[in-house]
Design a protein around this ligand. Structure first.
Ligand SMILES: *Cc1c(COP(=O)(O)O)cnc(C)c1O
Length: 462
């Protein structure tokens, strides 16, 4: 399997190269050159298989023989053994035909674990094979940092440095990162805001000379392997509800578009899907684009669903590439215009998107209302991100006889602020994290200066 850039100019890469590379050299994102197909029989054969087995079968064509089957099976098995539920991603039936797909049973209680538990192990595998080491750097305002740390803590060939804004992340989120005391994990609290931290990480990728030739790896959602890992739970949940003999619809709380793009890939591989509903919070660029063809940036709004607070959806580029029928030049032109001014999609690509995507935007007041209402109807306490999905799924339901699967992207204990605001006393952390607030922490406070951060990374990497 080869991977090509959405902007059409960068060289094609192998799977191994694409896992070790972030953005393409032309500024685009990598996608598979062809979409592997799952036949009706192959899907039917997955009924009753374990999650790890389905994961192996769905991802194998993307790996394209670059890891032998037994090794890859082992990597997949190890990655999903870290989840606290035997089903890995259980389905929870809410009413007659509406289901929650609980993606939050991993080590950090959010869906990013599904991808990052696998990505850490894949990186470690390829680095060991090459006899190389690599450094991971990332900036986080919440979920990604802790999921990346948990995904890499056992990786011998990786050192991970995660920057967070000092005293500006919640205590639970900070402790999920800083209580991991592994030798290869370094938490840096930056005396500045999230943008300062992000700018320093970007600058470090642009000029890596401070690492003297050691590879710097990005684990943000533009890494293809993260999308690949997420395709699996669309297939597994639809098969559990009767695919390929019947269709399913999905509703996905969305921000950078990595999650729902993985669903679209499952559909393109042959999974029978009726529609995808995109849920956004008040940061609604995806909804404005689909509903009004208003593809433009707006100022960031801080919401009760902070992991969906974005201005630009980086992975939307991958969908645009398909909507523009893989015309990299057209995508590059559109995105260059978008950087500077409000823009719009051409008519044909937009109508292609509207064939399988609907969208709905949910503000903070509605998030609180939904948490209360869903509890009354189902006894479930939803996290605020999942709450946007619940409302969007109800509003954009479509054919009621088709099962609707809403992706539950985080455990409510992780976002207690919204739950308390909705009038509940809070939600206890699950048993394996009960003592989180007593655990020893380790982190280093640094000024928001690039030279200080780079010196720290250069000194501490192993
Ligand atoms: C990251 C995240 C999202 C958004 O997912 P994307 O792939 O960026 O669209 C939604 N909910 C939670 C809890 C998240 O952590």
């Amino acid at each position: 399997m080869r991977y090509i850039s959405t902007r059409g100019q960068a060289p094609a890469l192998s799977f191994e190269e694409v896992v070790l590379t972030g953005m393409a050299s032309d500024g685009g994102l990598y996608v598979p050159e062809t979409v592997p197909q799952l036949s009706y029989e192959e899907l039917a054969d997955m009924a009753g298989c374990s999650y790890a087995e389905i994961a192996f079968r769905v991802m194998k064509p993307y790996v394209g023989g670059e890891i032998d089957d037994e090794t890859f099976r082992g990597i997949v098995r190890d990655a999903y053994r870290t989840f606290s539920h035997d089903a890995v991603v259980p389905l929870n039936q809410l009413d007659a035909n509406h289901y929650l797909l609980e993606l939050f049973h991993g080590p950090t209680l959010a869906f990013k674990d599904v991808a990052l538990q696998l990505l850490g192990r894949l990186l470690d595998h390829f680095l060991a094979k090459r006899g190389e080491r690599a450094v991971i750097m990332g900036a986080t305002s919440g979920d990604t940092g802790s999921a990346a740390i948990e995904g890499c803590r056992h990786c011998d060939n990786l050192d991970i440095f995660i920057l967070h804004p000092h005293e500006r992340v919640s205590e639970v989120q900070r402790r999920q990162m800083t209580s991991v005391l592994a030798d290869n994990v370094f938490n840096i609290a930056i005396e500045g805001n999230f943008d300062d931290a992000q700018a320093m990480v970007k600058a470090s990728f642009a000029d890596q000379s401070f690492l003297n030739g050691t590879r710097l790896v990005a684990v943000n959602s533009i890494n293809w392997a993260r999308i690949m890992a997420q395709i699996v739970y669309y297939v597994a949940s639809a098969v559990a509800l009767g695919a390929p003999h019947r269709k399913a619809s999905f509703c996905v709380p969305s921000a950078n578009f990595g999650n729902v793009f993985a669903g679209y890939m499952a559909y393109r591989m042959g999974l029978p899907v009726e529609r995808f509903v995109i849920a956004t919070n008040a940061n609604d660029i995806l909804h404005r684009t689909l509903a009004d063809n208003d593809f433009s940036k707006r100022d960031l709004v801080a919401t009760l669903a902070p992991s969906m607070d974005i201005v630009v959806s980086s992975n939307f580029e991958r969908l645009l590439f398909e909507a523009y029928q893989r015309d990299g030049k057209a995508v590059a032109e559109l995105l260059e215009r978008f950087q500077d001014e409000p823009t719009a999609l051409a008519e044909a690509p937009l109508s292609r998107l509207r064939e399988c995507f609907a969208s709905h935007s949910v503000d903070d007041a509605t998030i609180l209302e939904v948490i209360r209402e869903a509890h009354q109807r189902t006894q479930e306490i939803l996290d605020p991100h999942t709450a946007t999905g619940y409302r969007a799924a109800e509003r954009e339901r479509g054919d009621e006889s088709v099962p609707m699967i809403t992706l539950a992207t985080a455990h409510p204990a992780k976002f207690a602020e919204a739950v308390v605001k909705a009038g509940f006393p809070g939600v206890p952390l699950p048993p394996h994290m009960e003592d989180l607030l007593e655990r020893e922490e380790r982190y280093t406070v640094l000024p928001a200066e690039l030279s200080a951060v780079q010196a720290f990374v250069a000194e501490n990497r192993r």
